[in-house]
Write a protein of this length. Structure first.
Length: 406
């Protein structure tokens, strides 16, 4: 099969998926932003053809390249793992009559307001919400539903430009920052308290072939508000517990309601005083290289299984669930340049058998802004056969390692 992969050059994470397609026997062409001469050698070796685009958000330009590639060798799949390009990839499929996620389904996974409307229509629990293109609509919703509220771009992703507001003053400040308009619609929703997690899948046909459950400590929004927090992600190996039964059932209903077939999905959820609530779902793998943790914890070729689902509608391999896996980010106390780390030696000695990988910036390296995510600055990834013991090790690491900034 011939696959067009959008943005293969964004991150080393993207290379994992390109490589899997090649190992599954596909011919892979790519369109990205990087000049061909500057592509990573490993990526260049896996691409059969590559075109540089000025903007992957310009549908006409991408369609031009896709038609050129298609005319030389018929395209049979079009894929991307980057959220901003999911709808564009679907438009290319429609224009070239290529199977895969449709425009309508891609839009539902990108447009949070439409997504929640579709889920509520199927009696799937999610927060009360509305779309808004002006201040008045947001304020009307706030007066009707009360505070606290969450407000964010309608087609955003992650926690970028996401605000929790407790009162009218904070709402006005968020609206001043977000500036809603017809070209920048917002979604405003009731704040759901409780624990936040995610549910990742690979679907083969209409069925969930593989599933993984992760937890955030603390919630993503709370972690962004205080750099003193060392945020953790923990992926459980105890998915068969009865406590997850409702989550499994709801996740399957979400995938079915949105018609997500032969794709990766990443669903965010909350569980608190109002029970289980779905936050949103993306038709793509989890970001932050979280799939690397899934693969390490389950001792199988997750990326190849994804490629098989995309190409052939099947997903082979059996996750072992031997290890729970987790990550912790040690944040710099301020922006600047690294002056050094304390506690690294004792952590490396104590947790030597548990560390999967880590990143420890050298002295003099610049710190990265918190909004860049959990896979920046100083971080560690661990594994343990026992989930509770994994959490203890993540806490120990967070307490022990300290960062000095010049």
């Amino acid at each position: 099969m011939h696959v067009l992969f959008l943005a293969p050059d964004t991150n080393v994470y993207n290379l994992r998926f390109v490589d899997a397609l090649k190992r599954a026997g596909a011919r892979v062409s790519g369109v990205g932003h990087t000049p061909a001469a500057k592509l990573r050698n490993h990526l260049k070796a896996r691409l059969d053809r590559y075109e540089q685009a000025r903007s992957l958000l310009d549908d006409s330009e991408i369609l031009k390249f896709a038609r050129q590639i298609d005319s030389a060798s018929k395209l049979e799949r079009i894929e991307t793992i980057d959220e901003p390009f999911v709808v564009g990839a679907a438009r290319l499929r429609e224009a070239l009559a290529v199977p895969g996620l449709s425009v309508a389904r891609a839009v539902l996974c990108r447009d949070k307001a439409a997504m929640k409307d579709a889920l509520r229509a199927r009696d799937i629990p999610c927060a009360a919400s509305t779309a808004a293109i002006d201040r008045e609509a947001v304020i009307t919703f706030a007066e009707r539903e009360g505070y606290p509220l969450v407000i964010k771009p309608r087609e955003g992703f992650g926690t970028l430009d996401t605000f929790r507001v407790e009162n009218r003053r904070e709402l006005d400040a968020a609206l001043e920052r977000l500036r809603p308009s017809e070209t920048r619609a917002l979604i405003v929703e009731e704040f759901i308290d409780g624990h936040e997690g995610f549910y990742d899948t690979i679907t083969a046909g209409t069925q969930i072939a593989h599933r993984f459950i992760g937890h955030y400590y603390p919630s993503c929004l709370a972690a962004l508000q205080d750099r003193a927090i060392s945020p953790q992600i923990a992926v459980t190996n105890r998915t068969a517990l009865e406590t997850y039964a409702e989550l499994h059932e709801v996740a399957a209903r979400v995938n079915a309601a949105l018609g997500l077939e032969n794709t990766a999905t990443h669903m965010e959820w909350f569980f608190g005083s109002k029970g289980l609530k779905v936050s949103e779902i993306g038709a793509r793998p989890a970001g932050e290289r979280i799939w690397d943790m899934h693969a390490a914890g389950n001792e199988f070729d997750l990326y190849l299984s994804w490629a098989q689902a995309v190409l052939h509608g099947r997903a082979e391999g059996t996750p072992s669930q031997k290890y729970a896996t987790g990550s912790v980010q040690i944040r710099p106390p301020k922006d600047g340049r690294y002056g050094g780390h304390r506690g690294i030696e004792i952590v490396q000695r104590t947790l030597a058998g548990s560390i999967i990988e880590s990143e420890i910036p050298p002295r003099g390296a610049p710190t990265q802004p918190l909004e860049r995510g959990w896979h920046q600055n100083t971080w560690f990834r661990l594994k343990d056969e026992n989930y509770d013991r994994l959490r203890e090790k993540l806490d120990f690491l967070a307490r022990t390692v300290k960062v000095d900034v010049l």
